[in-house]
Design a protein around this ligand. Structure first.
Ligand code: NAD
Length: 480
């Protein structure tokens, strides 16, 4: 007898209950060996005063089952409510977001009939770490966090995915021509990991031209791996050009837990009317079956769904006069999929999911020699018409032994010595003090900061400058 996996199920808000009911009805009709533990998360829980939207007993079920099938959630505006998606992704270490984007022409119109790409997005880091500050009257700041283990995990996952699903190319997209350290690390690790997968082609594209290609020639792309923010934007572009915002599923995968959902939200505008398309959540559930090693069930369900599209039974969002046969309610669409279980599509490529395990084990890497060689002291300074020469000369005079003043920059542009009068200077300054003779001691940094403070300068933060195996771990200001 097949062992039944237990999965946690959250119906969600808005159209969530309608599309979850449809999805579970199809899985049950396909006799998928699953047991469902229903949890309550989302709007009702927020309203009861739990700011995370997830009560303790729901967490216990999620943690016990390790797999969650989730309907879309409405995050109430304001009031300190936290996004459930972000909370679950981060708390459960779901580092990989996987969105498959396909076109289903001629049944669902798309300008690009050949789209078959997967966007694998880093899910926990980058600007989405949500670490932000306001330090002066004029300046706010968000930290972009890119870590070696984070980048390595997602990049390795992308190659593992490509191998498991018989895909031939992985394209990495970054902006490392500008962010040489953070995006540069991601690109560097991509090049390293790519050598371990010689059977898969690898390439790198700068994100701006990469995004243009996703929009204009998506059929040339296969697997894309990228950082959190770029991936968020790219996956919506990709879903849009494939003509199928309501059709795509989304998987969030961690080392020992996973969450599956639709790409779209809770669609409050059509909630309760029985017209929502359940396909996005169904496709998320199909990704879940593959993840659980139930590939043959995934194939059966997906093929029945493809047959339904081919037979022109379409919900309102994809219904087109002349292309569709019948405009179906959520319930009628669900019945049509169930009727087609066991059939294979004629024109659309039938699904084939072999049960390849994807290795998501975290790797270790060698430690590098780290040396403190300087400090950036950030100042809030709004005197002398913000003339960089005035501040620069003061800072030169305040250097401590072995830690001389090097440069002054404003918004990342070098302004002293040798700046240009046209550069706009805000009240937020970065003064760099760099060793002239190898490693320094932290006490020199403390002495310097005390001296600047005693001189009446408003020190708002410091950033240490380290070399790693002799390589600078800090960027230069533009023009430096
Ligand atoms: P949305 O995706 O809910 O809706 C956008 C448009 O697409 C609407 O016109 C909607 O009717 C339509 N649509 C979406 N899904 C559909 C479906 N299955 N069938 C037919 N039409 C569908 O995006 P939104 O309106 O920006 O967000 C609504 C709420 O959903 C917000 O509270 C937002 O925070 C939340 N949201 C949740 C998730 C999630 O839980 N993963 C994702 C995105 C948005």
């Amino acid at each position: 007898m097949t062992t039944k996996h237990r999965v946690a199920v959250a119906y969600g808000d808005g159209i969530g209950p309608e599309i979850m009911e449809a999805t579970l009805r199809i899985l049950q009709a396909a006799e998928v060996p699953l047991v469902y533990d229903v949890i309550e998360i989302g709007e009702a829980v927020y309203r009861k005063g739990t700011l995370s939207g997830i009560p303790r007993d729901a967490w216990e079920t999620i943690r016990a089952n390790r797999v969650l099938l989730k309907g879309p959630i409405t995050t109430p505006q304001g009031g300190g409510y936290k996004s459930i998606n972000v909370t679950i992704r981060k708390s459960m270490g779901l580092f990989a977001n996987v969105r498959e984007c396909k076109s289903y022409t001629p049944y669902v119109p798309s300008a690009y009939p050949g789209i078959n790409m997967v966007i694998i997005r880093e899910n926990e880091e980058d600007l989405y770490a949500g670490i932000e500050y306001r330090q002066t009257q004029e300046v706010t700041q968000a930290l972009k966090i890119v870590t070696r283990p984070g980048a390595e995990n997602i990049i390795r996952y992308a190659f593992e995915y490509a191998e498991a699903y018989g895909r031939s190319k992985v394209t990495c997209m970054t902006k490392d021509n500008i962010m040489k350290l953070s995006d540069g690390l991601f690109h560097k690790i991509f090049d390293e990991v790519a050598t371990e997968y010689p059977g898969i082609r690898s390439e790198h594209q700068i994100i701006d031209i990469g995004a243009a290609r996703v929009a204009a020639m998506p059929e040339r792309l296969d697997v894309i791996v990228t950082l959190n923010l770029y991936g968020d934007i790219l996956s919506d572009i990709a879903a849009q050009v494939s003509g199928s915002v309501g059709l795509a599923g989304s998987a969030n995968i961690g080392e020992d837990a996973a969450m599956f959902e639709a790409v779209h939200g809770s669609a409050p505008d059509i909630a309760g009317r029985g017209v929502a398309n359940p396909s996005g959540l169904l496709n998320g559930a199909i990704q879940m079956l593959v993840h659980l090693g139930l590939g043959s069930y995934a194939e059966t369900v997906r093929n029945a769904w493809l047959c339904t599209l081919e037979d022109g039974i379409h919900t309102a969002d994809i219904y087109r006069v002349g292309l569709s046969e019948k405009q179906a309610t959520t319930e009628a669409f669900t019945d049509a999929v169930i009727e087609r279980l066991g059939q294979k599509p004629d024109l659309l490529a039938p699904a084939s999911y072999q049960n390849h395990p994807i290795d998501v084990t975290r790797r270790t890497y060698p430690t590098q020699r780290k040396e403190l060689v300087g400090v950036d002291v950030f100042l809030d300074w709004d005197e002398a018409n913000r003339d960089p020469n005035v501040l620069g000369k003061r800072l030169e005079a305040l250097s401590v032994a072995g830690l001389p003043f090097a440069t002054l920059s404003n918004r990342g542009v070098g302004v002293y010595p040798g700046g240009m009068p046209e550069t706009l200077c805000t009240d937020h300054w970065r003064s760099r003090f760099l060793s002239d003779n190898g490693a320094i001691h932290f006490s020199q940094v403390l002495e310097l900061v005390a001296r600047l403070n005693d001189a009446g300068l408003d020190v708002i933060k410091t950033e240490h400058l380290y070399n790693f195996d002799g390589e600078p771990g800090y960027s230069l200001g533009q023009g430096e």
